[in-house]
Design a protein around this ligand. Structure first.
Ligand code: NAD
Length: 500
């Protein structure tokens, strides 16, 4: 499908994506896919105000009715899964099944949110005073600002937006400037859901801000935005968090990862190789949960690496929409340069680099395809401790389990982690208080590809935010503690007397 057919199928009018100063370029071949208008600061403020006005109405709509809109949005996504997934592939270079998988993730979170719309319940709490009842109620919060990264150009928004909508909030979205078309298409599908719901004005609940980091800063600073959910690099989080804190707003930060897989002597190596492969080279190493470090026991290092080398050698790298391709392109030249400079540093640190070179340069002179790199390191040097957003897997060997845990946790980031072991003690220790310090810790599965039902996010420089399933919805609401006195007297708490 070419881009015009896709955008037509997704219902985005030509003038919205064919005329404007912001170019969307496909990392597949460097071709310009579209040109999009950019919002000024004044327009962005107007959109935030429009979202706020929509919120004032929406907060009074019963939550299950709000869920009905999200259900219809999920249906639009089902209907357009192939087209939107294809657009994601064109715009950020994901292989077809990962593009479709991203849309499936949006559908899943919509389903989750629909159920949640009947479960936004608080507690009843025992009061110390006779004839009193205490309870907790959850109210809509306001406008939720969403800043998203290029690598999950639409799913990250949906994790936030589906919950925010059922919680009674409006959403203002600043998508990555590298993926404006997927954002426009998603917005259009949301508008269609509002039309199908018979309430086209509800489209105001979702506002798009197209532009660069300055619009993200405006969201961070705006007093009408009580919650900013920001996904991207740790550098971005460092800039956004203090700005939001300055005005006592709240943040959900989903920042960089530096995820490791520990392979112990009892591990099922076949399983481990398959998991490592998907985690390390899937999405061309451009997932926040990509496995970037392999911490392997010296007894199994040789057989594991031999299998891994064989697997790496048979990876098909190429056009992400061609059948059989497993590794698509890097997003742009800057990503390629960052990868090369990390590999040079690893060599200087005594690392043995295999792969990492540019491939397919003749077929795609304007695109950046690489052979994923395997790098055996003598130690966990600074370059290993840094997130390079490309397919580099650093291999470190260990002898004792405590050494593996120490290496594992000795990085600034704390997103995802995994251990391959058939030893119950090792598995449980890894998941225990003295084990992995990450927000996600897995046994016998890789670091990436989380389901939406759990809380997603990580510790330390990953930012501490949690999104998606479990009880993450609470971040999108404000909590009120209510005490009702149904007695005829007025006892004070803690036995305080204050009588005239
Ligand atoms: P990025 O930080 O360059 O950009 C992300 C978004 O932030 C973009 O929309 C950008 O315009 C905006 N932005 C950048 N600087 C800003 C500022 N100072 N103020 C406000 N907004 C600003 O990240 P990227 O290259 O698009 O994505 C890759 C990064 O995202 C990686 O570090 C990856 O680990 C991380 N990521 C994290 C998660 C997670 O859930 N933890 C998920 C996806 C991606």
């Amino acid at each position: 499908m070419n881009i015009a057919t896709l955008m037509d199928r997704l219902g985005v009018p030509a003038q919205d994506w064919q005329d404007g100063p912001l170019e969307s370029r496909s990392p597949i071949d460097g071709a310009v896919l579209g040109r999009v208008a950019v919002h000024s600061q004044a327009q962005a403020r107007e959109r935030i105000e429009a979202a706020h006005q929509a919120f004032l109405q929406w907060r009074e709509v019963p939550a299950p009715r709000r869920g009905e809109l999200v259900r219809l949005f999920g249906e639009e996504l089902r209907r357009h899964k192939e087209a939107l997934g294809h657009l994601v592939s064109l715009e950020v270079g994901k292989i077809a099944s990962e593009g479709a998988g991203e849309v499936q993730e949006m559908i899943d979170i919509c389903d989750f949110a629909v159920g949640l719309s009947r479960q936004l319940h608080g507690l009843t709490i025992a009061s110390e005073r006779p004839g009193h009842r205490m309870m907790e109620t959850w109210h809509p919060l306001g406008v939720v600002g969403v800043i998203s990264a290029f690598n999950f150009p639409v799913a990250v928004w949906s994790w936030n937006a589906a919950l925010a909508f059922v919680c009674g909030d409006a959403v203002v979205w600043k998508p990555s400037e590298k993926a404006p078309l997927a954002a426009l298409a998603t917005q259009r599908l949301f508008e269609r859901a509002c039309e199908r719901c018979g309430e086209p004005q509800w489209a105001q609940l979702s506002q798009l801000l197209i532009g660069d980091a300055h619009l993200g800063e405006l969201l961070a600073d705006h007093p009408r935005v009580p919650l900013v959910s920001a996904t991207g690099s740790t550098r971005m989080g460092r800039a956004v968090a203090p700005r939001v804190a300055q005005r006592f707003g709240r943040c959900i930060l989903e920042l960089g990862g530096n995820n490791a897989i520990v392979v112990t002597p009892s591990a099922d190596l076949e399983l481990a190789v398959r998991a490592i492969l998907f985690a390390a080279v899937g999405t061309a190493g451009q997932r926040c949960t990509t496995a970037r470090r392999l911490i392997v026991h010296e007894e199994v290092a040789a057989p594991l690496l031999e299998r891994l080398r064989r697997a790496y050698a048979s990876l098909r790298i190429g056009h992400p929409l061609e059948a059989g391709t497993l590794v698509g392109p890097l997003i742009d030249r800057a990503a390629f340069d960052a990868m090369q400079s990390a590999l040079e540093q690893a060599r200087r640190d005594g690392g043995r680099v295999e792969g990492g070179e540019r491939v397919l340069a003749e077929r795609f002179p304007e695109a950046w395809y690489v052979r994923p790199a395997l790098v055996e390191m003598p130690a966990q040097t600074d370059v290993v401790r840094h997130e390079t957003f490309a397919p580099i897997l650093y291999v470190l060997r260990y002898r004792g389990f405590d050494e593996a845990l120490a290496l594992h946790n000795d990085v600034p980031q704390g997103l995802s982690s995994a251990i391959f072991t058939n030893d119950l003690r090792e598995a449980e220790t890894f998941l225990s208080a003295r084990g992995s310090d990450c927000g996600i810790a897995n046994v016998n599965i890789g670091t990436s590809g989380a389901e939406i039902g759990g809380a997603f996010g990580g510790e330390k420089e990953t930012g501490g935010g949690r999104e998606s399933g479990s009880d993450c919805w609470k971040a999108y609401m404000r909590r009120a503690t209510n005490t009702v006195n149904y007695s005829g007297s007025l006892p004070l708490a803690q036995g305080v007397k204050f009588d005239l």
